[in-house]
Design a protein around this ligand. Structure first.
Ligand code: NIG
Ligand code: FE
Length: 411
């Protein structure tokens, strides 16, 4: 029946809103002390303050007492590569000895290494591995996840990855938002013919993805020695013409003008941004591009963190994501994500919570349906073992999720 009443939560951290929040707005979580949330038929129907009487027949509802607990919107993870074959533990060891991520990629490892394993994996094996990863993410409070293709780099395998995500979306309680990322790297058979590979993606793969409604967004790795600004512009414009929302891996390793391009094209989000320029940051703020930051990746690659403070102080809409993938960030640790965002990127706990709820929903174009506790939104909620959201970054590295509720159903 998906009817539930969550009574007397120490805090209802509503994150109230229907679009991404920018700059100073990120600090207001619209908390209700000792509040109650009612979900009817999977949709949030009432958000009550202390003392307000319950306007539904309690006999029709499952009742959860949330005394001593904070309730938040389910977390939204807007950037992952969670469907992949194989692992890259050897590359991790090489990096610890001093090789860089790009050194390894340039000598034929990295993304194309995972591409080999993903091409070999059966659809069922990818499904089983993906399902396990979604289970783990849900236990950490994530209720919606974006997932990218991009480990096929040929038509057949790109479509295979996207079909796996569609099946997971249907069969797993997690909502999966699929992104086409045919331009994640250039595979060996196209090496040196990057322009032709982009044209192949535009002409042969993208239209099939669009026709099959296999992805909502399109993404490209815009980076020195990967894809140029020109190639990225061409690819993203073609994607827009086919109806995809646009995302871009921008300014991750070197300052490359990716943030500026995202602003020019009015992308939904630009992601990574470790090296984004001042000009790029101002341009993103102006054009309303969500700046999606991935501190677990910077941490894993031992790179400097993205300039979250500068972005928020310049009125950007900042979101957070795990970037779960087998190379640069083999983790979906929400606790570590919050700790790094606050301790190293100097975000306030309030900004970090906004960034992983309503703003991350905005980063996948769903701020109207998820990411906050507002009447009419999907009943995706997280109860913490502690009375305040402030424990999320403070209880470093610990999973403090008590209960996850998806569309009004406790899991
Ligand atoms: O977001 N930077 C490019 N893409 C991924 C890494 C993918 C991989 O190494 O397998 C990222 O970090
Ligand atoms: Fe990525």
């Amino acid at each position: 029946m998906n009817n539930i009443i969550i009574k007397n939560a120490s805090q209802v951290v509503t994150c109230s809103g229907f679009e991404g929040k920018r700059g100073k707005e990120m600090n207001d979580l619209h908390v209700i002390e000792n509040g109650t949330v009612i979900v009817t038929d999977g949709i949030i129907s009432h958000v009550l303050k202390q003392g307000e009487s319950i306007p539904v027949n309690e006999a029709d509802y499952e009742i959860i007492s949330a005394e001593g607990k904070a309730v938040l919107p389910g977390f939204v993870d807007p950037h992952t590569h969670f469907v992949f074959g194989g692992y890259r533990e050897e590359e991790f060891s090489w990096r610890m000895r001093g090789d860089s991520y790009m050194d390894i990629m340039n000598r034929g490892g990295g993304i194309v290494n995972t591409t080999r394993a993903t091409r070999e994996a059966s659809e069922d094996d990818l499904f089983a591995a993906g399902k396990q990863r979604l289970d783990a993410m849900m236990q950490l409070g994530i209720t919606t996840v974006e997932g990218k293709s991009g480990y096929g780099l040929d038509k057949e395998t790109e479509l295979k990855q996207l079909r796996v995500m569609r099946r997971l979306n249907e069969e797993h309680p997690m909502d999966v938002v699929p992104t086409f990322m045919g331009a994640h790297a250039t595979p060996a058979e196209w090496k040196g013919r990057e322009d032709e590979f982009i044209a192949f993606n535009i002409n042969e793969v993208m239209p099939v993805v669009a026709q099959g409604k296999l992805a909502e967004c399109a993404d490209i790795f815009c980076e020195k020695n990967v894809f140029t600004i020109e190639q990225s512009r061409r690819y993203l414009q073609a994607a827009r013409d086919l109806g995809f929302k646009l995302k871009i891996h921008a300014d991750e390793i070197v300052q490359f003008g990716g943030a500026e391009l995202a602003a020019e094209l009015k992308c939904l989000s630009a992601d990574h941004l470790l090296q984004a320029s001042d000009k790029g940051i101002r341009a993103m703020a102006e054009s309303g591009v969500v700046a999606t930051l991935l501190p677990l990746t910077a941490f894993s690659l031992r790179e400097d963190f993205a300039r979250a403070r500068t972005m928020i102080d310049n009125n950007c809409i900042v979101a957070l994501a795990t970037d779960l993938n087998p190379g640069s960030s083999f983790t979906a640790s929400v606790p570590l994500l919050f700790a790094l965002a606050c301790i190293y990127m100097k975000m306030s706990p309030e900004e970090a919570v906004t960034a992983f709820t309503i703003n991350s929903a905005a980063a996948i174009g769903r701020a109207d349906k998820i990411g906050s506790i507002d009447v009419g939104k999907q009943g995706d909620l997280v109860l913490l073992q502690f009375p305040s959201y402030k424990f999320l970054p403070y209880h470093v590295g610990m999973n403090i999720v008590d209960t996850v509720i998806k569309k009004g159903k406790p899991l």
